[in-house]
Write a protein that binds this ligand. Structure first.
Ligand code: NDP
Length: 449
């Protein structure tokens, strides 16, 4: 625990007492609070108005049952959540995750992070998150549809285009959003932008699929330029995961001149010294929904290894963890540093453990935290909300350009805050302070609510 400020320490102790069995949530709160010491010391009104106490307590948290019938006619029951964490700067906004590891702690950690991430985009979006412990792996389309419909049959009464606008996350892509949107429309008899990540035919935004991965590379490009005085050109890059974020991060890194040599899934990783062939990955992951191990069967010279965590033993210049929380630990960080990594940016949410982050900071490795580096996805969702309100549609190039501008700004604002508070180039502190300051000002303006 690196917290020294008495006020922040006492807030953290209360959070711990109330949420003692929620390790991921506590980890996220501690990380943010540790960055806020200089702001709290400079601005006494934060303590006077109880800003941090209010920030760490969700405005609302819903837990509900999702009953559905599988293909064998058997009734299944899952547990689902929606946390509406903070609405100071806009309607709650954040994805829905379908994965067996989903619980209250995971959803609260993600919802809490989302507050600051959304603020960083400079778009009017509050923080929220949701999901269920339903495992989409191996389920038929019919099972996915019945689950999504049952899920929305409860969720619909808590959300709305001006209240709470969910999106996709792990396990929730275009197919799931479509099923959920259809059920929402049927239940409410309205056609609104209540969900983002929709299909193009019914209000979706061009570029949503690419947004997080491309945005991550735009952000990393700024880091390489301003903190390392270089670019992606000729760099070796390791990307973990092989889902939506990983695939499009790899694609943009390659377009910017880098060689991506590895990808993973939760079973293992593939190493291709000649550079990953993305058309093969897309066929395996997006079309066949198969395992990444398949890649080694199809590309000569590529190797597959069990144990996805060992992906970080591959020497690289840039590491982009894009799979899941806590996938890169202290030991992996030390190995990457020993092998000469020059820049690390999080495509996933909190993929680096606290100990790994400490390694980056201690060894002065430029590090982009997820709430800044992967904000391209939610920024694109914010733009989708605008397009839906206007009943309008921008071109792919227009959205790409806007996201590029937003990612540059996110870096610039975080960098400026890091310098203003005497932590030059520490993007964890800079991004937390930049995001927090905006939310804090809005909360101060709106009174004790
Ligand atoms: P997907 O479901 O598309 O992909 C997740 C990928 O990570 C899969 O390849 C999955 O493999 C792999 N994975 C899961 N657990 C592990 C593990 N323990 N070790 C290695 N690989 C693992 O999700 P997304 O790409 O959408 O999301 C990835 C991360 O990015 C998440 O943290 C998400 O919250 C974050 N994020 C996503 C955004 C988006 O726009 N999609 C926006 C901002 C953040 P397997 O198939 O074996 O499960």
């Amino acid at each position: 625990m690196s917290l020294k400020n008495e006020y922040l320490l006492s807030v953290y102790e209360t959070v711990k007492k109330r949420n003692g069995n929620e390790p991921e949530f506590l980890q996220a709160v501690e990380e943010v609070l540790s960055s806020l010491e200089p702001v709290v010391e400079r601005r006494p009104e934060i303590q006077e108005k109880g800003i941090v106490e209010r920030l760490v307590e969700p405005e609302r948290m819903i837990q509900f049952r999702v009953p559905w019938v599988d293909d064998n006619g058997k009734t299944q029951v899952n547990r689902a959540f929606r946390v509406e964490f903070n609405s100071a700067i806009g309607p709650y906004k954040g994805g829905l995750r379908l994965h067996p590891t989903v619980n209250a702690s995971v959803i609260k950690f993600l919802g809490f992070e989302q507050i600051f991430k959304n603020a960083l985009t400079s778009l009017p979006m509050g923080g929220g998150k949701g999901g269920s412990d339903f495992d989409p792996k191996g389920k038929s389309d019919g099972e996915i549809m019945r689950f999504c419909q049952s899920f929305m049959t409860e969720l619909y009464r808590h959300i709305g285009p001006d209240t709470d606008v969910p999106a996709g996350d792990i396990g929730v892509g275009g197919r799931e959003i479509g099923f959920m949107f259809g059920q929402y429309k049927r239940l409410t008899n309205t056609f609104t932008g209540v969900l983002t990540g929709k299909g193009l035919e019914y209000g979706g935004s061009l570029f949503r699929t690419q947004a997080t991965g491309y945005g991550l590379c735009y952000y990393t490009q700024e880091m390489l330029k301003h903190l390392c005085n270089t670019s992606f050109e000729g760099k070796t890059v390791v990307v973990s995961g092989s889902g939506n974020v990983a695939i499009y991060a790899a694609q943009k890194a390659m377009e910017l001149g880098a060689k991506v040599v590895a990808l993973s899934d939760s079973s293992g990783y593939v190493y291709d010294k000649d550079g990953i062939k993305l058309d093969v990955v897309k066929q395996i992951k997006e079309v066949e929904r198969a395992r990444i191990s398949e890649y080694a069967n199809r590309v000569s010279g590529a190797e597959y290894f069990d144990n996805c965590r060992n992906i970080w033993s591959i020497p690289c210049d840039v590491a982009l963890p894009c799979a899941t929380q806590n996938e890169l630990d202290e030991e992996a960080a030390k190995t990457l540093i020993k092998n000469g990594v020059m820049c690390v940016a999080e495509g996933a949410n909190m993929p680096c453990t606290q100990e790994a982050v400490a390694q980056w900071i201690e060894n002065k490795i430029p590090f982009g935290p997820g709430k800044a580096a992967n904000a391209g996805g939610v920024a694109c969702s914010g733009l989708e909300m605008s397009q839906n309100s206007m009943r309008y549609s921008w071109t792919f190039e227009e959205v790409d350009e806007k996201i590029h501008g937003i990612m540059k700004n996110i870096f610039a604002n975080g960098y400026a805050a890091s310098k203003e508070y005497g932590f030059d180039g520490n993007m964890v502190i800079g991004s937390n302070i930049a995001g927090f300051s905006k939310v804090c000002d809005a909360m101060l303006a709106q009174g004790i609510v």
